[in-house]
Design a protein around this ligand. Structure first.
Ligand code: 3EB
Length: 342
């Protein structure tokens, strides 16, 4: 760690709209971010848009990552990236049309490309990935597309001799309603501390009933993001206990279970360092399968985190398909707090 050329702090910021986004996007210090079309704004529904500072960002909500050193841009194959030498944000948009061809080979190639970009930029450690797959629940050639994705993703980690089980990065995988496969990722020079949720089987150990290869992600990671602070990046979190989906068809109960899981992941974080996190201070993205559920989901989320909390004020609600057909919602989150890893 002392070999770092310098230290640059990583900071998360929600950029509420184009007015706020543009000046920051043009400044050298915005690494990148995931841009969403909010559910409570105009149609069309959810898109994870292209989002490097050099590209246009139009009236969309941005989950942005800022640094305090100068940013340079590069491209490795089809993966575009921005780095300050310590942190890296990357983006991949498939050139294939929606739903074209099976996802396993495409995913395996794309992840190989991502790993290559990390080697080239010398920012080797994946912290967090956002995977947006068109028609994620559709069965194709006898296998659901999410399961095809899991096949290719795990194989790519194995090919690259990266941790495909314990030690995998945090992630989410959501379904979009069109457009290409889109992947965004955040990486760092220092390996993060992976966390699991004691209420859930690790995803990389899911039984075969959930697909031939297990999903490659940890429930969260902890990363020292400045000299004083530690950032918690929590993967997509849903109403799953053990490995089973619970409360089918019930939005309030799925939300309660999801918030219990977020609490459990924060509990795991508290065992690994001195930084303290709470539900009311998480910066969340709330994915909702059915647009008609938005009011219900919002009410249940706000009841759980506190109506006046930072979590309630900053939450973004996005329509997306959740990777299991019986899940109606999923919440992902991040937070930064003073404290160090222990
Ligand atoms: C779950 O817990 C719900 O495949 O990268 C959550 C977070 C989920 C990440 C992924 C999937 C992923 O299994 C789905």
């Amino acid at each position: 760690m002392s070999a770092l050329p310098r230290t640059s702090a990583l900071r998360a910021q929600r950029l509420p709209d184009a007015q706020a986004g543009w000046p920051l996007a043009r400044s050298a210090r915005l690494l990148g971010g995931v841009a969403y079309q909010r559910l409570d704004r105009a149609a069309p529904p959810m898109m994870a848009e292209s989002d490097l500072p050099s590209l246009s960002i139009n009236s969309r909500e941005i989950d942005g990552w800022l640094v305090d050193a100068d940013v340079r841009h590069g491209q490795t194959g089809e993966v575009r990236w921005a780095t300050d030498g310590q942190w890296l944000f990357g983006a991949y948009d498939s050139t294939l049309a929606e739903g074209e061809g099976p996802l396993d080979n495409l995913t395996e190639r794309t992840y190989a490309n991502i790993f290559q970009a990390l080697e080239t930029a010398e920012v080797p450690h994946l912290l967090r990935l956002w995977n947006y797959l068109p028609s994620i629940n559709r069965e194709q050639l006898g296998l659901e597309r999410y399961r095809q994705f899991n096949l290719g993703r795990q194989q790519a980690f194995l090919n690259a001799h990266r941790d495909a089980f314990a030690g995998a990065p945090a992630a989410c995988a959501l379904g979009t309603f069109g457009g290409p496969m889109r992947i965004r990722f955040l990486a760092g020079r220092v390996a993060p501390v992976p966390l699991e949720n004691p209420r859930q089987v690790p995803a990389w150990r899911y039984p075969a009933e959930f697909g031939p290869r297990s999903p490659t992600f940890s429930r969260a990671v902890l990363v020292p993001s400045s000299s004083q602070e530690t950032t918690l990046l929590i993967s997509g979190t849903a109403s799953i206990v053990g490995s089973a989906s619970v409360h089918p068809g019930d939005v309030p109960k799925q939300m309660e279970e999801t918030l219990r899981n977020l609490e459990a992941v924060m509990g795991a974080a508290h065992e690994r360092g001195t930084a303290r996190y709470s539900l009311s201070d998480l910066v969340c993205t709330v994915y909702v399968r059915h647009a008609s559920h938005i009011d219900d989901v919002k009410r249940c989320f706000e009841a759980g985190v506190g109506a006046d909390s930072l979590a309630a004020r900053q939450a973004i609600y996005v329509q997306a398909d959740i990777c299991r057909g019986d899940l109606l919602l999923e919440v992902e989150a991040h937070a930064t707090a003073p404290g160090a890893l222990s």
